[in-house]
Design a protein around this ligand. Structure first.
Ligand code: ATP
Length: 357
């Protein structure tokens, strides 16, 4: 178990044009942490993971494992276990042979190898499957074999690149809990790549949200959800309304902003908001933090329902308020509510948050 540090890491590819695939990334991952690189396709998360694994060397910057500089060390000298999206198992070999592969390369003797393969298969709940052929296993079981193969070398870091994307939705949910259990039990530092925000939220101790090669925010799932740093993070994690509102007054930790159609509200802001009276703020508010009331509620914003969808858990509405289309997710709605109805909106100001562009 070891901490992993990326210092000003950039990667440019020869055929990548002017833009860096990874652009000046600083990340410190604590020993034993389950850390996720999250972002849309092409944001640079796989390239970042591959630099930690040693498959790519950074164009500039440093990577450290503990105090050791591993920036230009080859992959087989890094003590990392890697699990890929397609598992990359050898189909003609047995489960045990697949798992033993890394030990064979490291010339571990046969008795020790057998013991460690059994141990690794036990860790992933596949004890007794050693003699099976890979093609006799389900997708979920193959995924566990890939995990066992990575764990058997007792890696200091376990690197996982979208390991669940070939599984169906239900199995994906079960397996994500499993992977976290296995990582914690194995006592290794886990670095996980996904574009699925729900998966990242459910599994991670902390998440780095990436966009266009840059880290937008690093934080716990709660921090990222409730206090997104940028409008991109607010919209990428769950759903959010990002309202553009005039700043009427500012303190170190709050802004007073004008609301669409009149009225004002005091909302919490990060201390480095840099905004003052006369400026314009971007304020994030999640659909579940807006309540529906009647048009006669004096504190409410008047609006008109333009779309409505019942999902079981909540009713999703789009409400037009002074030309601004606001998404609302309400657990309770008035009986018979329909498109075209006039409603009042109550914003939960405690849950609003000022974001950067
Ligand atoms: P995905 O989820 O689609 O795998 P990602 O976030 O993992 O995306 P990367 O694979 O890291 O993104 O790619 C980041 C950027 O670098 C992309 O613009 C991609 O086209 C580019 N890129 C990646 N590998 C190479 C390469 N070997 N040569 C040139 N460009 C590359």
């Amino acid at each position: 178990m070891i901490d992993v540090t990326l210092e000003s890491v950039s990667k440019r590819f020869a055929r990548g044009g002017d833009t860096a695939a990874v652009d000046d990334v600083d990340i410190t991952i604590a020993a034993g942490e389950f850390f996720t690189l999250l972002g849309p396709s092409g944001c640079g998360k796989t390239t970042t993971l591959r630099m930690v694994a040693g498959f790519y060397f950074p164009t500039s910057g440093r990577i450290r494992f503990g105090t050791e500089d591993v920036t230009r060390r080859p992959p087989n000298k890094r003590d990392t276990g890697m699990v890929f999206q397609n598992y990359a198992l050898f189909p003609h070999m047995s489960v045990a042979q697949n798992v033993a592969y890394g030990l064979k390369i490291r010339k571990v003797n046969r008795a020790e190898s057998r013991r460690r393969v059994e141990e690794a298969l036990g860790q992933v709940h596949l004890a007794g499957y050693g003699e099976r052929r890979i093609d006799e296993l389900s997708g979920g079981q193959q995924q566990r074999v890939a995990l066992a193969r990575a764990l058997v070398i007792r890696p200091k870091t376990l690197l996982l690149d979208e390991p669940l994307s070939n599984l169906d939705a239900k199995l994906r949910e079960e397996t994500r809990t499993e992977i976290r259990r296995i990582q914690k039990e194995a006592g290794t530092t886990g670095i996980y790549v996904t574009h699925d925000q729900a998966e990242a939220m459910a599994m991670s101790d902390r998440i780095a949200v990436m966009q266009s090669g840059r880290v937008q925010q690093i934080g716990t799932p709660q921090e990222i959800y409730h206090r997104p740093a940028t409008s991109f993070v607010a919209r990428f994690i769950g759903r959010s309304n990002v309202l553009t509102l005039p700043v009427l007054a500012a303190t170190a930790e709050t802004l007073t902003v004008g609301l669409p159609g009149g009225g004002e509200i005091v909302v919490p802001a990060p201390t480095d908001h840099g905004l003052s009276q006369g400026g314009t703020a971007l304020v994030s508010v999640r659909p579940e933090h807006i309540g529906l009331t009647s048009t006669t509620d004096p504190g409410a914003l008047p609006g008109r329902v333009v779309d409505l969808e019942f999902t079981g858990m909540a009713t999703n509405l789009v409400v037009d308020t002074a030309g601004e289309q606001v998404q609302v997710a309400a657990v309770e709605v008035p009986a018979g509510i329909a498109v075209g109805d006039q409603v009042g909106l109550r914003l939960n100001r405690e849950r609003m948050w000022v974001v950067r562009p």
